[in-house]
Design a binder for this molecule. Structure first.
Ligand SMILES: NC(=O)c1ccc[n+]([C@@H]2O[C@H](COP(=O)([O-])OP(=O)(O)OC[C@H]3O[C@@H](n4cnc5c(N)ncnc54)[C@H](O)[C@@H]3O)[C@@H](O)[C@H]2O)c1
Length: 425
């Protein structure tokens, strides 16, 4: 590995552990281009534990810190930081890392509100450092394949997309903070992935009409281990039940800038039969996407033709080609399916985020998901909330600029991003 980028992980909770597994995955390929030299968390135990895990997985124990400023003072030549802290802290934590001169990979959603996102983007612009946002779903080879099919005209022109997730009943989903308006409710936390996929497939959204609901006001402890079992070590901290304050279901109609339409349901209080369905309709056919991180085949349906769900689908996507690191991790540059379990798939996608960050640092190029792209994703989620408050469709531009912000104002006031006296102005 020539000239690896010297990296710190700041935020050593569940996602910090998953990111470390991603780094270890990358280290088993010829594409490894980073050196983990420090870990940092306000919770010292979480940082110490992650350093131990890094020692096991990477062979060297990174230095441990409880404060990013001290870390930058004490670690020679630190260049980049990965920021998987909880969402409500991104506007402070990622801003601080950029101001300290570190290229920063921030977990999604970029921030808890649109104003929070803009603060981080301004810090990146002022410091001249790279800001990349860890949006993993679009990096799934099956999403790359769908995008190539659409770009290559396999189903004609884009017409309509439907994105539906229903399930979750009244369980606490991963952590209690994911059910609170003031710390990042589940429809933002999970929904921002879908907002990104909607815009990755169909381009920028222009307008949206939304309705949002808080269906399950009391949520109860069920699965404490979280995705891939990464949260099991904190199971003892999980309360038996919580009183939720953040909306757990959002329903939207979207108009994209290219004139196509979208219908989006992100419903985390669904009972009975769960639904996960992503379908794209064009002027000549449709595509059924398998969803994310499962590797099942994409299905192509052309008018008067058979269903195509095997390698023949590649004939309709001549431009589909994974980048070298993705091809190495997933076993080929034009794969039409893959067969890894969830933790393996998860760490391969996170490996790609790291690889891209280090590549951008060394080449001075911009990442795929910049602050601007990630802001647009957060704005699309909040467009549904703001539309519900305003009782009318809203443009994504007016949400992105905070011209329409009634839902987010009290969050911004609590985060110190808006003076309370300015509320209502
Ligand atoms: N891409 C994905 O698939 C995916 C999955 C899960 C979580 N996430 C995202 O990852 C982020 C973290 O989620 P999580 O589930 O790991 O949360 P978590 O609550 O498990 O962990 C957050 C950690 O950050 C630490 N922290 C908070 N502020 C800090 C600061 N200023 N400096 C240092 N450490 C700080 C906390 O002490 C804690 O250890 C969230 O933004 C979440 O949306 C993404």
């Amino acid at each position: 590995m020539d000239d690896p980028v010297r990296l710190a992980i700041v935020g050593c909770g569940g996602m910090g552990r998953r990111h470390l597994a991603g780094l270890a995955e990358l280290s088993h390929t010829p594409h490894m281009n980073l050196d983990l030299v420090a870990v940092c968390d306000l919770n010292r135990q979480n940082a110490e534990d992650l350093a131990d895990e890094a020692h096991e997985l990477l062979g060297e124990r990174p230095h441990v810190f409880g404060d990013a400023e001290k870390m930058v003072r004490d670690v020679d030549g630190l260049e980049a930081a990965d920021c998987p802290t909880d969402t409500g802290s991104h506007h402070r934590a990622a801003t601080q890392l950029l101001e300290l001169g570190l290229h920063t990979l921030c977990e999604k959603p970029l921030a808890l509100t649109v104003r929070g996102c803009r603060r981080i983007i301004e810090a990146a612009e002022k410091s001249g450092r790279i800001l990349s946002v860890a949006e993993n779903y679009r990096r799934d080879p099956m999403n790359r394949l769908v995008r190539a099919l659409l770009d290559d005209g396999a189903i004609g022109d884009r017409q309509f997309m439907s994105e539906t997730d229903i399930g979750g009943r009244d369980s606490i989903l991963i952590t209690p903070w994911r059910h609170m308006k003031m710390s990042g409710t589940i429809t933002l936390d999970a929904g921002v992935h879908n907002a990104d996929i909607l815009q990755y497939y169909f381009g920028d959204a222009e307008r949206a009409f939304g309705q949002v609901r808080l269906y399950e006001k009391t949520r109860v402890r069920r699965n404490t281990d979280g995705p891939g079992g990464f949260y099991a070590k904190w199971a003892a901290n999980m309360p038996e039940s919580i009183e939720a304050t953040g909306e757990d279901a959002i329903f939207g109609q979207i108009t994209f800038a290219n004139g196509a339409l979208g219908q989006w349901i992100n419903h985390h209080a669904g009972h009975g039969d769960p639904v996960h369905a992503r379908r794209v309709f064009g002027t000549r056919g449709s595509i059924t996407s398998p969803g994310d991180r499962n590797g099942r085949p994409v299905r192509l349906y052309l008018d008067d033709g058979p269903e195509i769900a095997d390698q023949r689908i590649l004939e309709y996507a001549p431009s589909y080609r994974l980048e070298p690191a993705a091809a190495a991790l997933f076993g080929g540059e034009r794969i039409w399916h893959y067969n890894f379990d969830f933790p393996t798939t998860d760490r391969k996608l996170l490996a790609l985020e790291y690889h891209e960050l280090a590549n951008c640092v060394r080449t001075g190029t911009q990442p795929e998901v910049t602050g601007k792209v990630a802001l647009r994703d957060v704005a699309l989620v909040y467009a549904l909330f703001e539309s519900d408050r305003a009782g009318r469709p809203v443009s994504i531009d007016e949400v992105e600029s905070s011209a329409v912000d009634a839902y987010q104002r009290d969050i911004d006031e609590q985060l110190g991003l808006l003076q309370p006296t300015a509320a209502g102005v």
